[in-house]
Each structure stands twice: as C-alpha cells, then as structure tokens.
Design a protein around this ligand. Structure first.
Ligand code: TXA
Ligand code: MG
Length: 349
C-alpha cells in the first residue's frame, strides 16, 4: 500500500508512483484511484498480466476491460480508426469519465483485454495519480473497477483492501475518488453512437457535442434484451441484504419500513439528506443531497457497502429522476436491487 498525495507535483510522492509503475511493468496488478472509482491496473499488452486481473476479481472471462491511456499518441497505436464523432467526444471530454468503444488494431493488446471482440474501450482518466502512473509505466493499462466481481465499485482504498487484499501486488491510496460512479461507455463504431453504460458524462452533455445519442435498449428493459456492454448483464453492486427501490413520498417509505419492522426485520435505508430528516430506519446511509445529485453519485457505493457492516435484513432506497447523473445512479441502483420496485399506486403522477 502506497499512500500518495493527490497533489502529486507538490508532494514527495514521486518515488511511490515510480515504484508502482515499475511493478506494472513487471506484469503485476496495482490498484489506483481515478476520478470515477478505483481501478485494478495491469499491462494491457500482456496476457499474463491481464489474466491476473480476472483472477483477482473473479471476473467472468467474457467481460472485456477498459484500456487507460495518458497520452493521445497511445490512442493511435491501439485503434484502427477514429471516427468523427469519437474525435469530437475526445476533444470535449478527455481526460475525463468517458470510455469510447473503437475498432481495435490487431495484435497490439492482449486478447484477454477485449474478450474476443474486435473492439476496445479506451479512456484517458482525469486524475493526477492515474495520469502519472500510466505515464511512468509507459504502457496502455487495462483497468476494471478494483472490486470483487459483483460488489459495488471501490471509491476508497479501504474498499479495495476489503475485496482484494492478498490478491494483488499493491494499492496506490490517493483518498476518495470524485465522481463516484464509473465512466460512461459509448460505442462509436456505429454510425449513430450508442451509450452502453450511463456514467460520469451525462447523455445531455454528449448530445451537446454530437447531437442525438441512443441508449442501449438492454439498459432500460434488461429482461427483454441482452445489453451490448457484456458487463451490464451481470448482477452488480449488490449488498448482502436485498435492496428494494421505493417509488412514493416519505410517508409511503416510512409505512413500508414500519411494516417490515413489525415483522421483526432490521431495515436499512438509502436516503438523501432531505429524506433522512423525514424518515426513520434502523440503519440509514445518507447519500448526498437531492439539490446536487452529483453528491449522491459520489456517496452511492460507500452507502451500498456500508450495509454489509451492519446486520440489516432488507434495504429500501429512494429513487431519482432519469436525467443528468440520475440516469447513472438509477442504473446502478436498479442492478443492486435486481430491478425490484415497491410503488405507491395511490400517488399522483
Ligand atoms: O470509470 C471506469 O470506467 C472504471 C475506472 C477504473 O476507469 N472502470 C470500469 O471498468 O468501470 P469495468 O471493467 O468495471 O467496466 C467496463 C465496462 C463493462 O461493462 C464492459 O462490459 C464494458 O465496459 N466494455 C469494455 N470493453 C467493451 C467493448 N469492447 N465493447 C462493449 N463493452 C465494453
Ligand atoms: Mg466494474
């Protein structure tokens, strides 16, 4: 574990970053912070290194990894072509929480990275530690979120330790991540780009730059269609206790909580500051404010994880509008809840 100041330039953290980078060059795995969540990095050109990521996470082999770069010249080495839409998005949002799916150049990356697809997801993270680490490793770095497969993604080094201690070569601890949910994944190999995973860059932001963007129908109605990002079909982000999404006002949520308590269950609740004032549960994870849903995204995974430290039997969560960062929050909550809803049928819509 290396503890590194986020303000890399004005700290004495360089030796630690250089050590972590050299371990990546030895084809070992290192977890590091990005602006979204912690990633588990490995040399994307080495089968041996990439295999260690799948092993440590217990990740299904058909779920491809995102490749992280720190320099635009790396992009040309990795992909066949950069369509117009991709170029516009890169100019607008890199470095940042946007992963772009492009046609992979053959024979450069380990086949384990792309899981047999002829495309590759690439992003340039906006985090000084990630940037310096990739720069010093002088490699494209494959990095999925640094959690055990199925658990909420890590937003603190502590979360990485909980899941992967003993299974990886090291962790660069740079404090809490910023955005708190993963990058948006957009497929730019098609004429009309499609969002495969909502995330840190919103649909609205993308549309300002390239016009109308489609959303993979598998995300909205997951039972009907197979999502195009292989990772989106797996259960994810789930705490040990079952999660239910509650659509209704505070009184309705309180009634549902009270019903379960009368059955003798210990009830957890995921609430914003506003609702937490009005609702009482056995364990409450306060998740930002409804005024700024970015704060909810930031706190979400720690909230989901926190319930595994208490012995709650059931978890209720409030719901959020499907716009802006709300789309990414609801996508993660729906997966955590296995799409289970409790809806107030009497509420006015
Ligand atoms: O914010 C993030 O993106 C974080 C940080 C560490 O960068 N990484 C991350 O990686 O969330 P991961 O592996 O947990 O999620 C990658 C997602 C998966 O749903 C995967 O199926 C999809 O991207 N994906 C990767 N390559 C793809 C490809 N070629 N085509 C379609 N989907 C792809
Ligand atoms: Mg992940």
């Amino acid at each position: 574990l290396w503890i590194v100041d986020k303000d890399v330039d004005n700290s004495d953290s360089y030796p630690q970053i250089i050590e972590a980078a050299s371990i990546l060059r030895e084809n070992e795995t290192v977890a590091f912070p990005t602006e979204t969540v912690y990633g588990l990095g490995a040399n994307a050109t080495s089968d041996e290194a990439v295999e260690k990521i799948y092993q440590a996470k217990g990740r299904p082999g058909d779920n491809p990894l995102i490749v992280h770069i720190a320099d635009y010249s790396q992009l040309d080495e990795l992909v066949e072509e950069i369509p117009d839409t991709a170029e516009k998005l890169i100019n607008a949002f890199w470095p940042g929480p946007l992963t772009i799916i492009l046609k992979a150049r053959k024979g450069v990356l380990s086949k384990r990275v792309t899981a047999g697809l002829n495309t590759v997801g690439i992003r340039m993270p906006d985090h000084p530690i990630a940037f310096e680490l990739i720069k010093h490793a002088k490699l494209p770095i494959a990095a999925p979120s640094a959690n055990s497969s199925g658990k909420p993604s890590p937003t603190m080094a502590q979360h990485v330790l909980e899941d992967l201690n003993g299974k990886i070569a090291g962790i660069v601890d740079g404090g809490e991540t910023g955005v708190g949910v993963e990058s948006t994944v957009i497929d730019c190999t098609l004429k009309k780009p499609v969002i495969l995973r909502p995330g840190g860059i919103t649909k609205e932001q993308l549309e300002e730059v390239i016009g109308q963007v489609a959303v993979d129908p598998g995300l909205i109605n997951p039972k009907d269609t197979r999502p195009k990002a292989p990772g989106m079909k797996y259960t994810h982000y789930a705490p040990n206790a079952p999660v239910y999404l509650v659509e209704g006002n505070s009184n309705f949520m309180q009634e549902k909580i009270n019903e379960k308590r009368r059955e003798g269950l210990k009830v957890g609740a995921i609430l914003t500051e506003e609702s937490a004032k009005a609702i009482d549960a056995d364990v409450v994870a306060v998740c930002g404010t409804r005024q700024h849903l970015e704060t909810t995204a930031h706190a979400l995974y720690d909230a989901l994880r926190s319930f595994n430290q208490s012995d709650v039997d059931i978890i209720f969560s409030e719901v959020f509008p499907l716009k802006g960062i709300g789309l990414a929050i609801m996508n993660r909550l729906e997966k955590a809840a296995g799409h289970r809803y409790i809806i107030d049928e009497h509420a006015e819509k």
